[in-house]
Design a protein around this ligand. Sequence first.
Ligand code: HC1
Ligand code: SF4
Length: 567
Amino acid sequence: TSRVIIDGQSVAIGNAKNILELVRRIGIELPTFCYHSELSVYGACRLCLVEVENVGLVASCSTPPTDGMVIRTNTERTRRLRRMILELLLANHDRECPTCSKNTTCKLQKLAKQYGVDEIRFGKRDIKLPIDHSSCSIVKDPNKCILCGDCVRVCKEVQGLGIWDFAHRGSKTLVTTAFGKDLADVACINCGQCVAVCPTGALTVKSEVEQAWAAIHDPGKTVVVQIAPAVRVALGEEFGLAAGSAVTGKIVAALKKMGVDKVFDTLFTADLTTIEESMEFLSRLENEGRLPLFTSCCPGWVKYCEQTHADMIDHLSSCRSPQQMFGSLIKKHYAKKIGKTPAEVVCISVMPCTAKKFEAKRPEFTTEGVYDVDIVLTTVEMAQMIKEFGIVFNELEPAGFDNPLGMGSGGALIFGASGGVMESVVRYIAGYTGGHEVGRIDFYPARGIQGLKEAEVAVNDRKLKVAVVNGINNAERLIQRLKTGEIMYHIVEVMACPGGCIGGGGQPDINNTSTRIQRLNSIYQLDAIEQVHKAQDNVYVNKIINEWLKGFDTRTAHHDLHTSYVH
Ligand code: HC1
Ligand code: SF4
């Protein structure tokens, strides 16, 4: 077998694509801004350079290993050059670290410290480019961009959108949108994947923390919070817990300490979504309606479908997402029950997602002139508030959700992972059409972080073909095959983020496949121990729908739980 020698140690090349992978294998972490194992190799930042005997300095990320290579990772020259690169980047950088939202999580800051860069010998940049605040989800500060191109590649390669690209040359080079338009005016679906890979404060999530504190501190407001499925298996990482640690009860306890009035669960309306979407599917199936049915929970996917495949909008389920069904129930019904107007109740959601901020601001999701969901906090923003309040999170005693919207099935919980909506619908349909108790249904073909999953499921005498995709690039490929007639499905679940909501742009570090897998496994473990397995077994959902909406399939239910799309 072919081998190389790295720092005196012999290493088999195996299937390594580049030297960097081999260096990692021997337990050495080389610095890099632009290398992500799941994206194409760009080789621009040069920080990962190593010395190869008889060759000289090479970027380890873009150099394939060859038999007999003798490599040194740390030499006088690599050290000097790495520090120089960092110094030059800092010289051209807006050095506002203490007030930057990436302070302490910025990679440039971290590496400057790690490599002992304590002085910058070059002048300070004097130009200040305008900051783009136009998007509901993302803030772009070009003054902090180091041109690593990570955002360019993730948007192109994972989402197939290509919102970002390099413009101009030399010292004027910028990463920007087409024609330098505001982010709100381009086809960005707000998924936040570019924010997640950005090593500095150039791309950040638009924070709604201030609005949340203002609502909590306003005695005239009743503050109601919903917590999304994927948040509970990720937030703990912000407090040093292992990836996938389930911290549901601690999040509820923290919110209660902060003084919010009610803590409810998005799982409640995820069950409602399963029921509504399954009924919609069965009706389309019986009445030869538009199939495949596309799921509509993911606002990034919905925006993509609207802007790119207007001819396929009729395939989208008319169901509002669980977040928006929740907001609708709160503003249209719960407020009245507690004797308040919709404006007096502030609905906050805690989501793993940056696109949910955009979804909440869609004009159709309002009641009596106020938004159904007023504030959307990401998992990271929630953690920030817990830290700011001084709550010792890891020592919190878990607390339970409030009623009546605090209860959800295992089927609702798995919404947080790619394939979960599909599995939940399958659980419903199999139970519903069978007409008798069917017990637990574990639909394994829908599980896992793969970009495309396909399966067949037998319901009564029919075979249903289903597909699950995550990543818009994968969705686009599937749509092309649907359009040519090469494939046919009955239901297609689409989530924009790799792995589904567990890998959402609002979660703590998602640049790591094993983290995503751990969160996903944790979701299914929680589902396995959940007593209530299927949406239809959630008695609270049945009770509320009958009391508040006068039953399923009524005019009120249709009006409050469904939506229409922009052609
Ligand atoms: Fe998701 Fe959903 S599962 S979209 O992935 O349908 O954000 O977690 O809350 O709305 O339930 C996100 C997660 C979330 C909705 C639900
Ligand atoms: Fe692309 Fe998503 Fe970033 Fe928008 S948020 S620019 S769609 S990666």
